[in-house]
Design a protein around this ligand. Structure first.
Ligand SMILES: Cc1cc2nc3c(=O)[nH]c(=O)nc-3n(C[C@H](O)[C@H](O)[C@H](O)COP(=O)(O)OP(=O)(O)OC[C@H]3O[C@@H](n4cnc5c(N)ncnc54)[C@H](O)[C@@H]3O)c2cc1C
Length: 511
């Protein structure tokens, strides 16, 4: 798809991180003109590579990539990437297959009872998988280029304004105009501040460090994760350190990180007299947990870290951002195109804000289990015992993997609001492959195709497929949004509304 050079865009996105790039692809799939502005001249950065750039992708993220035909590209190199495999965090280096962790407490795949999760069918996206930020970003950047997204690098947005019918950004001495603006510009979002979004939440208790250093006199440091009377550290020889110092978040962002400072903190939290003569790489983070109270103000929207920040404990931030982009993309595109159902764009906040709020609480709960006090260690021992049970491992895996994420769409059927199962159709294809164009899907398991006529007139927005499936889960038909969420089902017993009403409710009026 090629796009002419224009100066007035349907959508301007600030930030070409993973979230901004994915959102740009979603909008472009629906033929919107999109400009992405990114301040960094170069996409490469050491912190996006292993070990610190490793990110665990949860089930909704993997499903999103699978549904856009990107899963192989994102995950294939990971399995053969020996650097990544060798530098996996300590919690991934177990004889048993690890499933993830909660405040460093491991749960294992062989304990998880996936039968407890209703409406899931076998799929390549059925358990969490690691990748690196650099890999994911390069796959998305290539996809954006193929789709004709205009990405301008080395351009910092310094201000923005909006009117009832448009937006304008100030960037690199130029003024650029569009109909909509999306801030995907990370935790310190200029867009969020300039547009006046409320960013509510809780302050930090600690400064976290990710460090690659040359160490001397390090025999006292034990590999793996360790809670001490003064904090927490993980050590992966020869010199990879992550540590948490309960300083109220005072150090983060205050002064440049020096080897001397890292040595002081590492000695304090580890209780050893390790020496740190030099640093190769160092960054800090905190457990500050804040969230925009709404994700839309007029013509300005937020997605990813711009909308919510929290500690990286439990590895959920990127997954949240991917979910935001998938949820927002088709809704904003429908609004740009015209004829979108009333309230569709505002359903972005209604659906995604509660998911973000849950993740913030999930990370706060982990902070509570890391505080350096005897009471906390006693509580952590109890949680560790619970994680080791089958029910416990299944519960934690569900939360970390996002296995049963469900939006409340007001329909009591347990599948409505959930990700569509990856039905295996009679021709060998699966449901995921039919979502690659970014259209919705009306799937009819009856080959007599009784619903075919209903999908007419929604060209480019809704596909119709009539096919039996290997396992139809007791359904006769279902309606799936472009982001893969089921919004209507028929099971031959009862249905909340006719299919035609559901199509109009989600896809609006025909052009
Ligand atoms: C140590 C650590 C471990 C983590 N582990 C995980 C994990 O395992 N799983 C997980 O899901 N998440 C994890 N996260 C969180 C995850 O990395 C982030 O949530 C995610 O990368 C945010 O993506 P984003 O695109 O929203 O923002 P960013 O990646 O911050 O991208 C924002 C982009 O906007 C650009 N930008 C900013 N301001 C401007 C401006 N004014 N003009 C133009 N461009 C601008 C920036 O240069 C940047 O490229 C971790 C985070 C940390 C710190």
């Amino acid at each position: 798809m090629s796009m002419p050079t224009i100066s007035h865009y349907d959508v301007i996105i600030v930030g070409a991180g993973r979230v901004g790039l994915l959102l740009s692809c979603e909008l472009r799939l629906a033929h919107c003109s999109v400009l992405v502005l990114e301040q960094a001249p170069d996409a490469h950065a050491a912190l996006k590579q292993a070990p610190f750039g490793i990110r665990g992708l949860n089930i909704p993220s993997l499903e999103a990539l699978q549904r856009r035909g990107l899963l192989d590209a994102v995950t294939a190199p990971v399995h053969s990437d020996s650097a990544l495999a060798a530098s996996r965090p300590h919690w991934m280096q177990h004889a048993r297959r690890p499933g993830g962790h909660f405040a460093g407490m491991q749960f294992f795949q062989d304990q998880i009872d996936t039968a407890a999760w209703p409406y899931r069918l076998p799929s390549r996206a059925s358990e969490s998988m690691p990748t690196t930020m650099e890999r994911l970003e390069s796959v998305l950047a290539q996809r954006a280029a193929e789709l004709g997204v205009e990405v301008r690098r080395g351009v910092r947005v310094t201000d923005m304004a909006q009117w009832p019918d448009g937006v304008q950004v100030q960037a690199g001495g130029a003024q650029l105009q569009g109909h909509w603006l999306v801030g995907c510009d990370g935790g310190r979002s200029l867009v969020r501040k300039a547009a006046g979004f409320d960013f509510a939440g809780t302050g930090p208790e600690f400064t976290g460090y990710s460090v690659e250093a040359t160490l001397e006199n390090s025999t006292g440091l034990r590999p793996g994760r360790h809670y001490t009377a003064t904090g927490m550290y993980t050590f992966q020889p020869p010199g990879t350190i992550a540590m948490v110092d309960f300083d109220g978040g005072a150090f983060h962002g205050s002064t440049p990180i020096t080897a001397e400072h890292v040595q002081t903190v590492l000695r304090r939290v580890s209780g050893t007299d390790v020496r740190v003569p030099s640093l190769q790489l160092a960054s800090t983070w905190t457990d500050r947990a804040r969230q925009a109270t709404r994700y839309r103000q007029g013509r300005v929207l937020l997605a990813g870290d711009a909308a919510h920040i929290h500690s990286p404990l439990g590895g959920q931030g990127l997954n949240l951002g991917i979910g935001d982009a998938m949820n927002l993309g088709w809704k904003l595109a429908a609004t740009v195109r015209g004829g979108a159902p009333a309230g569709l764009l505002d359903s972005y906040t209604a659906e995604r804000h509660p998911v973000g709020a849950q993740v913030l609480d999930w990370s706060r709960a982990q902070v509570a289990l890391m505080r350096p006090s005897p009471a906390t260690r006693a509580l952590a021992d109890i949680v560790r015992d619970l994680i080791a049970t089958r029910d416990g491992a299944t519960y934690f895996a569900d939360r970390v993997w996002g296995a049963t994420l469900r939006y409340d769409l007001g329909d009591p059927h347990p599948l409505v609001g959930r990700s569509a199962p990856d039905f295996a159709l009679a021709d060998g294809s699966t449901l995921a492959s039919h979502l690659q164009t970014g259209q919705g899907l009306l799937l009819d398991f009856d080959t007599a195709a009784p619903l075919r006529g209903l999908a007419m007139g929604w060209q480019g927005r809704l596909r119709y497929i009539a096919s039996p499936a290997a396992d139809e889960l007791g359904l006769t038909s279902l309606l799936v949004r472009p982001d893969g969420i089921v919004v209507w089902v028929a099971d031959g017993v009862a249905q909340s509304e006719p299919a035609s009403a559901a199509i109009q409710r989600w896809f609006g009026t025909t052009p």
